[in-house]
Design a protein. Structure first.
Length: 533
């Protein structure tokens, strides 16, 4: 109890000691209005921008629902869907939208990696600078260093001090007219007057050119992308900027670049599928022609004109069995096509066309393999094969490729077992109808081969039409629900922040001063009490 009383007394003494210096607190309170006013007057007015988009899932192709005659039943039994039936994962789409690659494209699209500022100013100019600094798209995309330019325009002479940051190269250029070209190391920049820029009045301008990837790292943290709810496909994008037009342009460009990227990827995949399907159609047509020619020669050799009527009874008895064998043979043919594609050295680093149901859709091994191959190709565009990420993804593709081959082997084994069982049953039925002439059985073999190839041909045609339909679609992945707009309440300067700053300074500065003063006095007194040795 006594200890608690001593603490209360000590606290009271401290408060009383500080209250005796109320004039100091009052003076600091009055002086703290100066930085608060400066903050409210000089800090750029920062606006908050917002937009809402709906991520649209690709609907199933009408061609898939319509079917093509006999192929419809085969495709239904094989579980083959349309190219547009992919499922949409919101988390994956958010990662794509917030990726450095998408932000780099947005930054290069607007050219905001080139920053214009007046000397001693914190304000970044946008579409109002008197000069423009440009370079070709390849230079801007592959920029690896920051460039800083100090431009002085006076009496018809343009003087430019250019350097890389941190300082590696320093160059000075002098021009009497613009546009002018500046070569720094391997990079070439062009300086010119803006259309509305003043060419008569002297002025100075500082220009910074940043690698788009560096700026993308910063902007990807400032632009917030959030889903409205876990059950919704709506995303909200928010961002703060002190230039109205730049804030609106950034959100608009980000949405547009994202849609263009998705559309470009869809076209690349569809074009690869078209090449694969066209090659397979050509092979199936060749095989079908050979079977039909053999059937025609068989009929001529045996003088058969109405054999269809002669084998009607046989066909009815074997109808169900032949249908089952046909489906399994078609599946086996698909497996062989995929196996041939995988063992072709030319296709070693290419995506596996996912047009047959030997996988488990978007979560299957083939889908994972194609996704990693696509990511590796994107990395290779901006790097080389020595890149760590490229080598890591290559190792993953090799492992997944072995898994795909193992999956195909298991599928072939299962189909072989099923076919063996079906053919055993076929032999049993044939033994019951040995009175059927040998030529009729041979004819049935021709018809069965023809039906298998015909069914596969129709499947390929349907996949080709679905691919063409997918290429012709003009559906943006991100549909704009709420175009970018400026919210009513700005992000800064805030009067609340100024008030908090006044309170903090009023309390912190005097307390720190009195504490330091008392500490110094106590040290001096202690020093005086210690006798000289």
């Amino acid at each position: 109890m006594e200890e608690k009383d001593r603490e209360n007394v000590s606290l009271k003494n401290i408060l009383v000691r500080y209250m005796r210096h109320w004039k100091l607190f009052l003076a600091v309170f009055i002086l703290s209005f100066i930085p608060a006013v400066l903050y409210l007057q000089l800090y750029p007015r920062t606006y908050e921008f917002a937009a809402s988009i709906l991520l649209q899932d690709e609907k199933e192709s009408p061609m898939s629902a319509m079917g093509l005659g006999e192929a419809a039943g085969l495709m239904k039994s094989f579980g083959i869907g349309g190219l547009g039936s992919e499922s949409l994962n919101i988390d994956d789409e958010i990662e794509i939208l917030a990726s450095n690659r998408i932000f780099r494209s947005m930054i290069l699209d607007l050219g905001i990696n080139v920053i214009y500022k007046k000397p001693y100013s914190f304000y970044k100019m946008y579409n109002e600078a008197p000069l423009t600094l440009t370079a070709d798209s390849a230079t801007m995309a592959n920029l690896q260093d920051e460039y800083r330019f100090a431009v002085s325009v006076e009496h018809g002479q343009i003087r430019v001090k250019a350097k890389t940051y941190p300082g590696k190269l320093n160059k000075t250029f002098t021009f009497t007219s613009l546009p002018a070209t500046m070569r720094i190391d391997r990079d070439v920049f062009t300086l010119d007057f803006c259309r509305n820029g003043s060419q008569a009045n002297p002025f100075k301008l500082n220009i910074r050119v940043l690698p788009a990837g560096w700026m993308a790292e910063t902007l990807s943290k400032k632009i917030e992308i959030e889903d409205v709810s876990k059950s919704s496909n709506v995303l909200t994008l928010t961002h703060g900027d002190h230039v109205k037009q730049r804030g609106l342009d950034m959100l608009n460009s980000l949405i547009r670049v994202y849609n263009e990227d998705i559309e470009s990827y869809k076209h690349i995949q569809a074009n690869k599928t078209m090449v694969f399907v066209d090659n397979r159609i050509s092979e199936v047509v060749t095989a079908l022609n050979e079977v039909e020619t053999g059937l025609q020669d068989f009929k001529k050799k045996n003088n058969m004109t109405l054999l269809e009527a002669d084998v009607t009874l046989y066909s009815e008895l074997f109808k169900d069995l032949i249908t089952a064998i046909t489906e399994e043979e078609a599946k086996a043919y698909q497996i062989d096509l995929l196996d041939e594609y995988l063992h072709d050295p030319a296709n070693r680093n290419k995506p596996i066309p996912s047009i047959f149901s030997v996988d488990e859709g978007e979560k299957g091994v083939i889908a994972q393999y194609n996704k990693i191959v696509a990511e590796r190709e994107k990395i290779l565009k901006n790097s080389n094969e020595s890149n760590f990420m490229y080598r890591s993804l290559s190792a993953q593709t090799d492992a997944l490729r072995e898994s795909v081959m193992a999956m195909i082997g298991n599928a072939r084994k299962g189909i072989a077992e099923t076919l063996s069982d079906l053919k055993s049953r076929e032999n049993e039925l044939q033994s019951k109808f040995r009175s059927i002439p040998e030529k009729e059985r041979e004819y049935v073999g021709f018809m069965r081969d023809q039906e298998i190839l015909h069914g596969i041909y129709l499947i390929m045609l349907q996949k080709r039409e679905e691919t063409i339909h997918s290429l012709g679609k003009q559906l943006d992945r991100a549909r704009v629900i709420e175009p970018p707009y400026i919210r009513k309440k700005p992000l800064g300067p805030r009067k609340l922040y100024a008030g908090i700053g006044i309170i903090v300074l009023t309390l912190a500065v005097p307390v720190a001063y009195l504490f330091a003063k008392g500490l110094i006095i106590s040290i001096i007194e202690e020093y005086k009490r210690i006798p000289n040795s």
